[in-house]
Design a protein around this ligand. Structure first.
Ligand SMILES: NC(=O)C1=CN([C@@H]2O[C@H](COP(=O)(O)OP(=O)(O)OC[C@H]3O[C@@H](n4cnc5c(N)ncnc54)[C@H](OP(=O)(O)O)[C@@H]3O)[C@@H](O)[C@H]2O)C=CC1
Ligand SMILES: N[C@@H](CC=O)C(=O)O
Ligand code: NA
Length: 428
């Protein structure tokens, strides 16, 4: 047969991809030219939900990437090692690579793309961001004539699923996480989802494509959703917001640096990202001259992610059939420099903060005075609840430099009437 695949991993995404490739009727006819030649797994004695000839399954993944018969290596095992070394070896052996592994690309992208470019090979990663949503190829091709200003995304299905159910049902965080794991959305170690690290990997990749420079992952500010409480979801709702884990990359207008960050954010209910629920992802891209364009779809799960993986395989099959000696510049990743990323203290944004205070006269006045001292102006102040004999005060600020807001909070924390500041969230 035609093009031989060596697939590394037969878990959620690997199984979805094999199922798609084994059921090609009614899909693109080029799929008929693909042979599932080898599939590498950790253990052979698992029920996989797909039928494969015994000689196809192997636990020797090194043999797959070294096998001269393999044309394309499809890395769907996840993790950093041995995924990284297997990808590098595959490239050194002249094989194109398809991967869903945002963790490896965000950390080892420089090494992987340099190796690929030197060998005139492609590394395709549509499944790595937004699951089934086509967003990598549009950024590389259809949108690449634009000057990109901002990329704002809900790019982690697991946390969006958790926040949606917490909001809708008042459910408890850990029960909903268990459901997301059962549904195959979560990473092998779900802390990568919950702590925002998976979203940070993805926004680093999107920023790199959108702004044309590598992103050092350590420069990406990252907060997850562990501290988002039912109380804040309820307050946000009353104030006209929903809470979403947003990944944002933005070009500062007055400098060459970027803001690249992941954090739970209060999103106004009328904003297009506010209605993206469950495992769905959406990526809102703003650029010149296009204006706003939003990509929406399933961000995780076997079938959706298999669609993205298989579309990358299909692109490579088409290239292998029509191949010219020169790589297609719209499919490669060639930038070498790192984009400067500004520290989070330079961010200018609105804030939501919740305070527990003694219930005594003058507390709101003291808060206002302290904020005023650091140039923080308040958009709203509400005192509605009581918790364990303490008054609960919620403020939303106007746009303010994060460093100034934090200085004000540090001083407020020392006020005698302040018990604690249980929540601090940014507002879109
Ligand atoms: N799940 C999703 O919705 C999405 C996942 N992704 C990405 O896709 C990749 C795969 O994810 P997913 O399918 O969920 O992961 P799973 O944990 O479900 O599957 C991983 C597969 O890789 C195999 N594997 C892992 N390590 C080794 C090893 N050292 N040697 C041999 N085989 C190994 C496992 O073998 P065995 O079965 O024998 O244990 C398993 O078949 C990850 O990079 C993930 O981030 C991207 C988008 C969405
Ligand atoms: N764990 C990830 C899977 C897709 O990348 C998520 O929940 O989005
Ligand atoms: Na995608």
């Amino acid at each position: 047969m035609g093009v031989k695949l060596g697939i590394l991993g037969l878990g959620t995404v690997g199984t979805g991809t094999v199922q798609l490739l084994q059921d090609v009727a009614g899909r693109n006819p080029l799929l008929q030219q693909i042979e599932i030649y080898r599939v590498g797994v950790r253990t052979l004695d698992k029920n996989r939900g797909v039928e494969l000839p015994a000689e196809v399954l192997t636990t020797d993944l090194a043999a797959i990437v070294n096998d001269p018969a393999v044309d394309i290596v499809v890395e769907l095992m996840g993790g950093l090692e041995p995924a990284r070394s297997l990808i590098i070896t595959a490239l050194k052996n002249g094989k194109h690579v398809v991967t869903a592994n945002k963790a490896a690309i965000a950390r080892f992208g420089a090494e992987i793309f340099t190796t690929a470019n030197q060998a005139g090979l492609y590394v395709m990663l549509e499944a790595a961001v937004g699951g089934g949503i086509p967003v990598i190829q549009p950024l590389k091709q259809s949108l690449s004539v634009n000057r990109i200003h901002t990329v704002t995304g809900i790019v982690n299905g697991t946390t969006n699923y958790i926040l949606t159910r917490m909001q809708r049902e008042g459910s408890n965080f850990s029960d909903v996480l268990a459901d997301a794991q059962t549904l195959g959305y979560a990473e092998a170690d779900p802390t990568a989802d919950v702590d925002g690290l998976d979203a940070a990997d993805k926004i680093a990749i999107l920023a790199s494509l959108g702004f044309g420079g590598r992103i050092n992952l350590e420069d990406v500010y990252c907060e997850g959703i562990r501290q988002v409480s039912k109380t804040d979801i309820t307050y946000a709702e009353k104030l006209g917001f929903v809470i979403k884990l947003l990944a944002i990359a933005k070009q500062y207008t007055d400098s060459s640096s970027l803001s690249v960050r992941v954090h739970p954010t209060l999103v106004p209910k009328a904003h297009p990202l506010a209605s993206i629920n469950d495992v769905y992802n959406a990526i809102l891209i703003e650029g010149e001259p296009i204006g706003q364009v939003m990509f929406f779809g399933p961000g995780a799960g076997a079938g959706a992610t298999a669609s993205a993986v298989t579309s990358d395989i299909l692109n490579l099959v088409a290239l292998l059939q029509t191949s010219t000696a020169k790589p297609n510049p719209l499919l490669t990743c060639r930038h070498q420099h790192y984009s400067p990323v500004a520290p989070i203290t330079e961010l200018v944004t609105r804030f939501y903060a919740r305070f527990l205070t003694k219930d005594q006269p003058g507390v709101i006045g003291n808060l206002g005075t302290c904020f005023g001292k650091y140039g923080v102006s308040l958009e709203s102040v509400v005192q509605t609840g009581f918790q364990k004999g303490l008054a609960e005060i919620v403020v939303v600020s106007h746009d303010v430099r994060e460093g100034d807001f934090r200085q004000a909070l540090a001083e407020i924390q020392t006020l005698e009437a302040i018990d604690s500041i249980p929540s601090l969230l940014r507002v879109l």
